[in-house]
Design a protein around this ligand. Structure first.
Ligand code: AMP
Ligand code: GLY
Length: 421
């Protein structure tokens, strides 16, 4: 069968790589993809939110399955669109993806169904939000309700910073209508983990847990980014905690969505804080995480296409999903200046000098006429290595990444370091 992957980052590259390994798959298309996906699939110059163009392509190329990477097309109803065309599509509907696209929706759901979440308030009035804020302890967390490309959450350590964030979101509307409502939350301290699960709306199968690193600099210093690295599995989140999270968070959330009349199918991603071995939900996402997916899927033994089809058909309970016992570390190479302004168009060298078993997933890359590869975005590559444990995977990934370079490139040196000390 032919498969279409929607999106163009390193998450979509790993999806394409894994899907292409399936003996059931004849050809993989990706819209729009990047220089890395072009090496193993056919890139199509179509925007992930141009549903009509995607639908035409899906018919023309005899696509039997569409897999959606990013949140924006999900929140705009890409799954409803392909359902309407009668083409199998992996992901939640527009209504179900509200679990990510509206933090207020997610919070109300958690409160109604007894899923542990931070203490806080939801506001649609700026004066009321400001009044509540002034009574809160610092640091305090302020979140815009809607999608804001990962920038809608501010952790403020002074009241001036908190009031500015609230004003920016609710009054200046820096995120547009995404800031019509806000959450003002208590600040939690603990270990943060991403637990993703496949679900067909009834059965929930967790993936291997993973951790991501959002700050640009070592030691979690500097500005937030789209993710600078990840590793799997975290030692502080053993299988007992995975089971606990499935029973206390993921299954109740999937059941709640069904009870609300918006059954949830696809990947459900729980961002969890482990606070003294209690689990608190920081956020839900309606999709695979980036850069978590780059360190999760290389450990998957089962055919990913079989999993997607079981989810679409609603018989996930009949599939056994198996994982490697090893560990995986991924390090993101970014352009000089990222997450601020940066230049692109620099040639990338050393892509063929990494170990045979190293994985290099592309994000912002472009291919020249002669097949040479150039930088084309802020986050450029995720270099991933597998190992028997995190110490080995970490040692391998840093050895491999030192072979790859481009002008101005930078990357964090401390990914998974805390697990090896
Ligand atoms: P979110 O926009 O909800 O994904 O939050 C972005 C990041 O902010 C999370 O990954 C956490 O690192 C941090 N964060 C969000 N909410 C809280 C909270 N209540 N306490 C501490 N950290 C938080
Ligand atoms: N790694 C965070 C996310 O994918 O939203």
């Amino acid at each position: 069968m032919n498969v279409l992957v929607v999106g163009g980052g390193a998450r979509e590259h790993v999806l394409v790589w894994k899907i292409a390994q399936s003996p059931r798959v004849d050809k993989v298309f990706v819209a729009p993809g990047n220089a890395g996906t072009a090496l193993m699939a056919e890139n199509l110059e179509v925007s992930p939110v141009d549903f009509e163009a995607l639908g035409r392509i899906a018919k023309d190329r005899d696509i039997a399955l569409v897999v959606v990477g990013p949140e924006v097309p999900l929140s705009l109803g890409i799954v409803d669109y392909f359902d309407g065309l009668g083409i199998s599509v992996f992901g939640p509907t527009r209504a179900a993806s509200r679990i990510e696209s509206s933090k207020v929706f997610a919070r109300d759901l958690m409160r109604k169904y007894g899923i542990a979440c931070p203490e806080g308030g939801v506001f649609s009035s700026y004066p009321e939000a400001r009044e509540y804020l002034r009574q809160r302890r610092l640091p305090v967390v302020i979140k815009a309700d809607g999608l804001a490309a990962g920038k809608g959450t501010v952790i403020a350590s002074s009241m001036a910073e908190a009031e500015k964030a609230l004003g920016d979101i609710m009054e200046a509307k820096v995120f547009g209508a995404a800031g019509d409502q806000v959450l003002i939350d208590e600040y939690l301290t603990g270990f943060e983990v991403s637990l993703l699960a496949f679900t067909d709306g009834k059965t929930v199968v967790p993936m291997i847990p993973a951790c991501d690193y959002k700050k640009v600099g070592d030691g979690d210093k500097g500005l937030n980014t789209g993710g600078m690295g990840s590793y799997s599995p975290p030692g502080f989140f053993p299988p007992e905690l995975v089971d606990k999270a499935v029973n206390a968070v993921l299954l109740p959330a999937v059941q709640a969505m069904a009870d609300e009349g918006t059954p949830y199918r696809g990947v459900l991603y729980a961002g969890l804080m482990v606070v003294d071995s209690e689990l608190v939900v920081i956020e839900f996402n309606a999709r695979f995480g980036d850069p978590e997916t780059q360190v999760i899927l290389p450990l998957l033994k089962t055919d990913l296409t079989d999993i997607f089809m079981s989810v679409v058909r609603g018989n996930l309970d009949q599939l056994k999903i198996e994982w490697d016992r090893g560990a995986c570390v991924g390090v993101v190479m970014a352009s000089g200046g990222y997450p601020g302004s940066y230049e692109t168009g620099f040639p990338i060298s050393g892509l063929h000098d990494v170990d045979r078993d190293a994985l290099v997933f592309h994000a912002g890359t472009k291919m020249g006429a002669g097949g040479e590869i150039y930088t084309g975005g802020g986050r450029v590559l995720t270099v991933v290595s597998r190992g028997g444990d995190l110490t080995e995977a970490r040692e391998k990934v840093y050895r491999n990444i030192s072979a790859v370079s481009f002008e101005g490139c930078h990357y964090r040196k401390d990914i998974a370091l805390r697990e090896t000390n």
